[in-house]
Write a protein that binds this ligand. Structure first.
Ligand SMILES: NC(=O)c1ccc[n+]([C@@H]2O[C@H](COP(=O)([O-])OP(=O)(O)OC[C@H]3O[C@@H](n4cnc5c(N)ncnc54)[C@H](O)[C@@H]3O)[C@@H](O)[C@H]2O)c1
Length: 345
């Protein structure tokens, strides 16, 4: 297949690009290269004849038309987005423009391209979204694909809007779409403003490890390479118009996740143990969703997919990767907003 991946210089998009090329697909990586992007994430495949890069912005419809006409992909995997909840609290405008208007532009460009190609049956528009669109759970229950949307942050509201647009383009224009909503990802190449890399790097540098509120917020954690594997499976085998929830089968309170990472740091850097002495509780994020949990039944029973690693294994690999790859993360610490407390409203 020739796949156009949007956001392929970001965290999850780059995992998709690397895996797709390894599996012999042709990949066109379309990315605007915002603060969150890093072409080093795809350095391992960038010399492959199967790989091409196009710097283009979802807000620029003409550029999207040009990329589609030039490369003529068989499928689009749409991951490009503004993705950081704290930044969405401080500046929601970028989230509206990229996640909503940008997705609208891509849908319209994809529709024109698909119609122009004679509506090929095998064409797919795969929209990648988040479990945050479902809102916050109490102590029990899980999100299924039928759970009503109830987004609560500017980020999740913008992603919810984009999901609705994608379904509408399927129902109204027949665009062949599939959707996925997945839980919190972690793993190599994760931009150092997100929880897992923040904990690793602050522990490494002996700096306070910030934990929002009481640390009792619960998330499901999915290793990014497992996510990329699930996404390629849904692209190839998912039923048209259907959405699939993807989870790691690893629910954990933030504080427990942080303590697990500290224990890994104790093992790898025993001279500075115990790292959990650095844990510092800070003012909570406004509107902080309490609990997310994924019911993975559909993807498991219909497509036979399950995550390959436990959170303990995935975190071990992730901590080792960060300790071995300072050249990757060091320059990113200088980017705007990194290391600052954002999103206090
Ligand atoms: N990270 C998670 O835990 C998680 C969980 C579920 C779903 N998702 C979804 O997966 C997707 C990828 O997330 P991520 O964590 O890799 O994000 P990321 O922030 O690491 O990467 C986003 C990429 O999109 C690009 N981009 C942003 N605005 C753009 C624009 N206007 N035009 C073109 N490119 C643009 C950026 O340059 C960057 O390379 C997002 O749609 C996100 O909502 C993420």
């Amino acid at each position: 297949m020739k796949i156009l991946v949007t956001g392929g210089a970001g965290f999850i998009g780059s995992a998709v690009v690397r895996l797709a090329v390894r599996r012999g697909h042709e990949v066109v990586n379309l990315d605007a290269l915002t603060y969150a992007a890093n072409l080093e994430n795809v350095a391992s495949v960038s010399n492959s004849p199967l790989y091409a890069f196009e710097q283009a912005d979802l807000r620029d419809r003409t550029a999207l038309d040009r990329v589609l006409d030039t490369h003529k992909p068989d499928a689009i995997m749409h991951l490009a987005a503004e993705s950081h909840v704290d930044r969405s609290i401080d500046g929601p405008g970028d989230f509206i423009e990229t996640n909503i208007t940008g997705t609208y532009n891509l849908l319209e460009a994809a529709r024109a391209y698909w119609v122009g190609q004679g509506r090929p049956e095998g064409f797919r528009f795969h929209h990648i979204s988040t479990d945050e669109v479902f809102g916050s759970l109490g102590e029990t229950g899980q999100f299924t694909e039928e759970t009503p949307y109830d987004p609560r942050s500017p980020y999740s509201a913008s992603k919810a809007a984009s999901d609705h647009l994608v379904r509408a383009w399927h129902e109204t224009y027949g665009l062949p779409v599939v959707l996925t909503n997945c839980s919190n990802n972690y793993g190599p190449f994760h931009f150092p403003e997100k929880l897992v890399p923040v904990v690793i790097l602050n522990a490494l540098h002996g700096r306070p490890i910030p934990v929002y509120g009481d640390g009792g917020n619960v998330r499901d954690w999915l290793y990014v390479e497992d996510h990329a594997d699930a996404l390629l499976l849904v692209l190839e085998k998912g039923e048209l118009g259907r959405s699939y929830n993807i989870g790691g089968e690893n629910e954990a309170k933030n504080i427990d996740l942080v303590r697990t990472i500290c224990a890994e740091m104790d093992r790898l850097r025993p001279e500075n143990a115990p790292h959990d002495k650095l844990i510092t509780f800070v003012t909570d994020r406004p509107g902080h969703d309490r609990r997310y949990a994924i019911d993975p039944d559909r993807i498991r029973t219909e497509l036979g997919w399950r995550p390959s690693v436990t959170v303990e294994e995935g975190l071990r690999q992730t901590v080792e990767w960060y300790l071995d790859n300072a050249d990757w993360w060091q320059p990113l610490l200088a980017r705007k907003g990194v290391g600052e407390r954002l999103g206090k409203a």
